[in-house]
Ligand binder design. Structure first.
Ligand code: SF4
Length: 341
């Protein structure tokens, strides 16, 4: 399927999504945030459409956004219909909270006319009615609801769908997606919903999304954090890179340090990370605290440093190039990176 110009599913690269936190009625603030998200590597952006007074803003955003815009709609099917007419590249609805299947049908018709896909997004608060009171584990209810909704969509001749079934806990999320992957042929949007603040949310998302991706499940993803959305995008890329699925920008390898380290490595690694975050080049950089593992790891990287007593031995593509004092390690590393790019 295509979301604007981004292909999702069918073996396409796993697409990174996020969601704006600005007021959709303020297109300039929202577009500014979308541009920052695009710079961070976001590929599809979702925008909340909480009421009819957000539709004009949505239309302006869709017209100017550098990324395909997904209109996120709850409760009111008329908003989804209007969003489809006003340029959304995809609709995200939860059929369980739209009111009735007749209303869902009206949304399906509008998406069909606009030629855009719909994400069927199921969560614990809006299961299909027949599964509410079943004595089943949550993951079964999530998956069964999603399958039920998909069957409804296909019975209406609409198959341009992507499916999500997120829980706020990791294990039911993983279990639900395993079932969906086995039962549905459609692309899956994966993530752990309402995962938490930057620290806990990053861990929950990385574990949940990471397990699924490692099992080959998932076509597009969102890391949900109570944090600026650019952070979601950064975490998403780190997850993809850590599984060698996709890489964007530089990779930093740094050792945890131990009693052998004879420089103050933590601030050095942090400064290198900070400066690398401004680069888009896929360069691999190693910052190692001593000669035990240091030279080996540093040689594997494009550019690396293995620290000694108050010094750093720099490597470029496996070859030792020079020794510098501790205070010059960061600048020297970036001089070496400059020679590669
Ligand atoms: S590279 Fe050296 S300083 Fe770093 S953890 Fe390993 S042994 Fe310790």
């Amino acid at each position: 399927m295509a979301v604007g110009g981004v292909i999702v599913g069918g073996g396409a690269p796993i697409a990174v999504q996020s969601m704006t936190t600005t007021d959709t009625r303020d297109p300039s603030a929202t577009l500014e945030q979308i541009r920052r998200l695009a710079d961070a590597g976001c590929e599809i952006v979702r925008v909340a459409v909480p009421g009819s007074d957000a539709l004009d803003g949505l239309q302006a955003i869709c017209a100017q956004s550098p990324l395909p815009v997904v209109a996120d709609i709850h409760f009111d099917h008329r908003l989804a219909i209007e969003a489809a007419r006003r340029g959304a590249a995809k609709l995200r609805i939860n059929p369980g909270n739209i009111g009735s299947m007749d209303r869902v049908d009206a949304v399906i018709e509008a998406a069909g006319e606009a030629g855009i896909p719909i994400r069927i997004g199921v969560n614990a608060g809006s299961l299909a009615a027949e599964y509410h009171d079943r004595d089943w584990p949550l993951f079964e209810k999530l998956a069964a609801s999603a399958v039920k909704f998909c069957e409804h969509f296909t019975s209406r001749g609409f198959e341009d769908i992507v499916v999500s079934a997120k829980a706020s806990s990791v294990v039911p999320t993983i279990e639900a997606y395993r079932l969906l992957s086995a039962r549905l042929p459609y692309p899956l949007h994966i993530g752990v919903t309402e995962a938490g603040t930057a620290f806990t949310g990053t861990i929950k998302s990385s574990v949940g999304i990471g397990v699924l991706l490692a099992e080959g499940i998932g076509d597009t993803l969102r890391v949900s954090l109570t944090a600026p959305p650019e952070e979601e995008v950064r975490v998403a890329w780190e997850v993809l890179a850590s599984l060698d699925i996709r890489r964007r920008g530089p990779e930093l390898i740094s050792c945890p340090t131990c009693g052998r380290c004879q420089v103050d490595l933590v601030p050095i690694a942090e400064e290198v990370q900070r400066r690398l975050s401004t680069l888009a080049t896929p360069v691999k950089v190693a910052v190692m605290g001593c000669v035990v593992n240091g030279p080996g790891e540093a040689r594997e990287a494009d550019v690396g440093v293995a620290a000694g007593r108050g010094t750093g031995l720099l490597f470029r593509r496996g070859v030792p190039v020079r020794k510098v004092p501790e205070s010059e390690i960061v600048d020297a590393l970036f001089e070496e990176i400059d020679t590669l790019t």
